[in-house]
Write a protein that binds this ligand. Structure first.
Ligand code: PMP
Ligand code: GLN
Length: 380
């Protein structure tokens, strides 16, 4: 049978490939981003209570109201910005579904979508499946900063969406207030929608701040913010997230969402809502992950890998140019097979022709795992 693929050049995501290779070779898996420690027993108890208390049928299409109220409270508390639970917040099956549904709801054939490379890998296929044209702009290395003059030249009447992601996966950089103001200025008086992927909002280190799109009034008017409970609750397998946007945008989103998943896992939504009534559950995350980043970086400070400490997320990029000339995709495989440590090559987040010698390591791991991983890296 002839199959007319909608994504002829797309293979299996690097996260699946590297995790499978790590398992096959019994390697420490610092590739795919997920914690290897257990999450809160209180949270598990609250989810279990929700099941016992009958939250087992379809949740409302827009999400459990208690959870939407908890999210409204969070944005008021952290960003002094109100999203109405009734019509400006929707609970989704992870940030991935929110991202896919936002793109499906707004991108028509031949609409252009600006995104920044290296980019998280689910953006571009979603644009293409919906007939849109990705316009990839490269962040300037080694700091992974946006060239705003370049962005200005690429914004045309065809630009329908700009996708941003801070704190940034895979590089661990955090956008400044000036970056956000520049984006606000360049999109002012346009109909461009901004998809601001903020799944790592609670993981920002040192004296940096997360500048959410909702902080900037004109940006907020055109923005969807996407978030993931997989990150904030250390439970990536639960696949629950949400998105926020002004009512007019959210109304369009829900037209697609209702036929995409309709609604998501009800008892977990209720359990998460109860858990979030204590804001420390998300406010303590930066300190928690900073300790892990610092432990890992102190332990490898004498190794031959070079690095700038990650500013946010739970990823650290290491430069191996002192060690070998191999391409990152090949070196990542060899490290997994021979040295028993798995990472993610950064070139896959570009167009794969990139020759930078950089790998991404996930430090959302037990201290014991980080110590073992560092021992391996120091011997290389
Ligand atoms: N965006 C980014 C930048 C991510 O790193 C991830 C993956 N963790 C997602 C979106 C998807 O999140 P989820 O697992 O909630 O679908
Ligand atoms: N977001 C995770 C990462 O960057 C992976 C998610 C996935 O495997 N799809 O590692």
């Amino acid at each position: 049978m002839a199959i007319n693929s909608k994504l002829p050049e797309t293979g299996t995501t690097i996260f699946t490939v590297m995790s499978a290779l790590a398992n096959e070779h019994n390697a420490i898996n610092l590739s795919q981003g997920f914690p290897n420690y257990t999450s809160s027993s209180k949270l598990n108890e609250l989810v279990s209570n929700a099941m016992t208390n009958g939250y087992n049928q379809y949740a409302p299409m827009t999400g459990n109201l208690d959870l939407r109220l908890a999210i409204t409270h969070k944005y008021d508390l952290l960003y002094n910005s109100t999203y109405h639970p009734e019509n400006e917040i929707t609970i989704t099956a992870g940030a991935t579904q929110a991202i896919y549904t936002i793109i499906s709801a707004f991108i028509h054939p031949n609409d252009e979508v600006i995104l920044f490379k290296p980019a998280y890998d689910c953006y571009e296929p979603a644009v293409k499946i919906n007939g849109g044209i990705p316009i990839p702009l490269e962040l300037n290395t080694p700091d992974y900063k946006v060239d705003w003059d370049q962005v200005a030249t690429f914004i045309t009447s065809k630009t329908k969406m700009i996708i941003i992601n801070s704190p940034h996966n895979p590089t661990g950089t955090v956008w400044s207030k000036e970056d956000m103001l520049k984006l606000q200025e360049l999109t002012q008086n346009t109909d461009i929608i901004v998809l601001s992927d903020e799944v790592y909002e609670h993981m920002v280190f040192d004296d940096l701040n997360h500048f959410s799109a909702c902080f900037f009034p004109d940006l907020k008017k055109r923005s969807f913010i996407t978030a993931s409970f997989g990150k904030t609750l250390h439970n990536t397998g639960w696949k629950i997230g949400y998105c926020c946007a002004p009512k007019d945008l959210m109304t369009e989103f829900r037209k697609v969402h209702q036929f995409n998943v309709f609604s998501v896992n009800h008892p977990m939504q209720k359990g998460i809502a109860d858990y979030m009534s204590d804001p420390n559950t998300y406010l303590e995350l930066s300190a928690f992950f900073k300790q892990k980043r610092d432990l890992f970086l102190n332990l490898i400070s004498e190794s031959r890998f070079k690095f700038k400490p990650s500013q946010g997320t739970y990823f650290q990029v290491l430069d191996y140019s002192n060690i070998t000339d191999e391409k990152d995709t090949e070196y990542a495989v060899r490290l997994t097979k021979e040295n028993k440590i798995a990472s993610i090559p950064l070139s896959v987040f570009y167009d794969n022709s990139k020759t930078d010698k950089t790998l991404r390591f996930c430090f959302a791991k037990t201290d014991e795992t980080l110590i073992k991983a560092a021992e391996i890296l120091c011997k290389i």
